[in-house]
Design a binder for this molecule. Sequence first.
Ligand code: CA
Length: 408
Amino acid sequence: MIFVPLGAFAAPTNAAIPAGLGGAVQGRPDMPLDVMIERIPAGYDPARRAANVPAFWVRPGYHVELAAKLPEARFMVADASGTLYVSQPTAGTIEMLRRSGKTYEKAGDFVTGYPSAHGMQVKDGWLWFTTSDGIHRAQISSPPKPASQVETILTGLPYGGHWWRSILATDDGFFTSIGDSGNINDLRSSDREKIWKYSLDGKTRELWSSGIRNTEKLLFKPGTNELYGCDQGSDNFGKNLGEVQGRNQPVTDFNPPDEFNKYVKGDFYGHPFVVGNRIPRYEFMNNPDILQLAASTVPPIWNFGPHWAADGWIFVQDSALGKDFYGDVLVALHGSWNRTVKAGYRIERLMFDKIIKEPFGSQLLVSTLGEQNETFARPVDVLIEPGTGDILFSDDMGNRIFRIIPDK
Ligand SMILES: [Ca+2]
């Protein structure tokens, strides 16, 4: 995903499929459609979605219902009592929702007046949340009430560019990530393109990892202190070869991947010099240290498709999905904005080998692109719903939260 000014990101930016893809892939008018278009399986079965759900592709074995309508629904967390908190960065609000059966009703604003409020975490009775320039927390209550007081723990983080901040509070500190100010800026000497670990009071910090482009959510693998996150790949990979965005970009359309990374203290993850599995970007080919940078880059433990825009994600533990999903990851992919043909726009399951505990495959659960590549939703975050174990995912284009339910 490219950085966009706050307030503009919710707008769908994808053009419709160009008429006649031969014109879109100059030099290869024979390129088959199925190379350019995502291979969404046939069988858009309307029985797999409720009447008020758009014409998504839904994996056989599941169905999708509408759970809530909420403007600008971005990230989601739930507390122990089942209150759902949803961030609305442009409004600067974190909204509370309560479930009534299979749908949600508004239960008031938890906080207002925090523009760019985005990342959230519930820990020990507090809701930690981020704005672009800071980290805050407020006490939660049951039944839900607006926060009586917000503690600002950290201010002064760089604003603008990739403005989304992650938050992962632990017993001895908190992690946050700061992305590139643009597409491929060399910001090695700045605070950006890094994951930081701060003391709980925000007064001291240590560098955790570097070479990050835009990681919006950090989580420990359950039961461990291993830190993971998705990182969104850069744009215009083929520009130096003469590509023209939107008309003739055969290289960029397929490069680089979005990444799922294990972030180890002290390690470097490549950005902006090296993408995916240690491939240098053309812009940096003549750097005298490019091979050294490639050698020091930790490759992703999984590569998602290019421009899929991996946003929120979660490790699955107990869920309605069954034991087979335990230890897997679910990812909400917001979808491409500048690929010739749209890609991403999905809820994807990243499957972990149960013995060696590493990813071995990924599986499409729901595509929010229609049969004609129409955009019906842009997924932002995903959550296992307390009490039911269903999957919820948010959509900041249609201002909705959907529920994915396994067939009984
Ligand atoms: Ca990387």
